[in-house]
Design a protein around this ligand. Sequence first.
Ligand code: HMG
Length: 512
Amino acid sequence: MPSFRSSMTERGWPQDVGIIAIEVYFPSQCVDQQQLESFDGVSQGKYTIGLGQTKMGFCSDREDINSLCLTALSRLMEKSQAGYENIGRLEVGTETIIDKSKSVKSVLMQLFEESGNTDIEGIDTTNACYGGTAALINAVNWVESSAWDGRYAVVVCGDIAVYASGAARPTGGAGAVAMLVGPHASLVMERGVRSSHMAHVYDFYKPDLSSEYPTVDGKLSIQCYLSSLDNCYSTYSRKFACIKEASSPPMSLSQFDAMLFHSPFCKLVQKSLARLAFNDFLNTPKEELTQKYTGLEAYREKKLEDTYFDRDVEKAFMTNSTEQFNQKTKPSLLLATQVGNMYTPSLYGGLVSLIAQSTVESLSGSRVGMFSYGSGLAATLFSLKGSLDRGPDSALAKLIASQADLQCRLKARTEIQPDVFAQTMKLREETHHKAPYIPVGDTKVLFPGTWYLTHVDDLHRRLYERHSLSTSNVATKAVDVAYTKEASISLPNASNPLSSLPQPVLSNSSQQ
Ligand code: HMG
């Protein structure tokens, strides 16, 4: 039998590595932001117009980071039918730490038990909202590396974003995203342009290990986010100039068909798109200015670093970029406005939102800009290219079909009154890290197929069960179909990476 490495070399290294399939999970309970404004006694419009939020998803004591990730991964594996035995790397990104030693990845390994597959690299990565992106980069790097053995990688990112009562509370949320990564992907990670900005700042951090709540300097966090965006865009533009064809124009927003951002709250995302338009304006050669812009001359002398809270600049470029925002960014904010900040999955929830509202024609060949930000801080701007294979059985067509139920799932949630939401937050505060503990949250309200915590024993060991895949609960019944086998999305045979790749190394090495 030829060695795995030599057979891989004969076949060539993997091409078009990126996201093949994606699944999102968000809680079945949410609170309305308008009602929250009244309950919190703030002026009407502050959360809905000022922050751009509509609803906020939240979890009872029945869900924790392990259960969220178990649910997202189970759904991905069922819908993609990738097969647990075909996974060679599993990466988790999260900032919701419930154990200082035991990883979420190790908890997820219980899903692989039946397959007998324990040869799975990868572990948890943490830095605020950035962990999911670090996990994705690790997964892509593995597939593109000499260590790759021909199997898929999976990335799971999840978080429960909760804040103490006060100004930050309406910017919470919760959820998890799982992604199948491999060659011949539907959304290919572009090479040579990925750009990062990393620095040491205390803008948002979680020094109190006994609490779920962060310590936040809201204003500083916004400045850090915007300056990271400026930095990443500048570096991405420089790298783009090196790889672009000589005849194509330099980097500007027009190079992106869609531009997605980590979304702590939707208003900041609209301001971020405007920020890129301001960058483009400052980068425009003097001789082209009058042809491209009118009425903005006064801002030409402005400097990026002096304008993070410059209302005039913000207003002028939000107006200037309205059409671009509506076209390139607004569709990606569906989950962000309806669920809130999911932390590590936020950017990937944006991707799911975009996919759910795309057609094969609109996504094929398009460039999707992805800006990831995690406080502390770590930021990366990268881009995905939609596959050119646009047939009805193509991976891209299947990816889009797999998200057709998104709106239906959002509508099937149960809306909870703000006082009950506040009580739930209080319960989480009081019982976080309690052992032994038996959760009291109602499991009947959970979506079908949701994993939940049954109890924590006196040694802090957590036990989980899965809610039935079909339910008689009226509220969640509407989404039953999305969780059943009939709705599963099989990977396209023609472009299934595994069909054209060497057998997983597991079968070779286990025979030695
Ligand atoms: P705040 O005190 O509510 O701020 O805190 P505000 O008083 O400035 O109000 C917010 C906006 O509402 C303002 O809009 C007001 O004018 C407007 P702006 O002028 O800035 O455009 N407003 C109204 N609009 C319409 N009708 C009204 C009304 N009243 C006021 N009646 C803040 C807001 C975001 C700072 C707070 O919620 C917070 O600290 N959140 C958490 C931190 C955060 O989200 N930071 C974002 C960047 S950092 C990041 O993204 C990382 C993160 O995801 C964590 C991680 O990485 O893990 C957070």
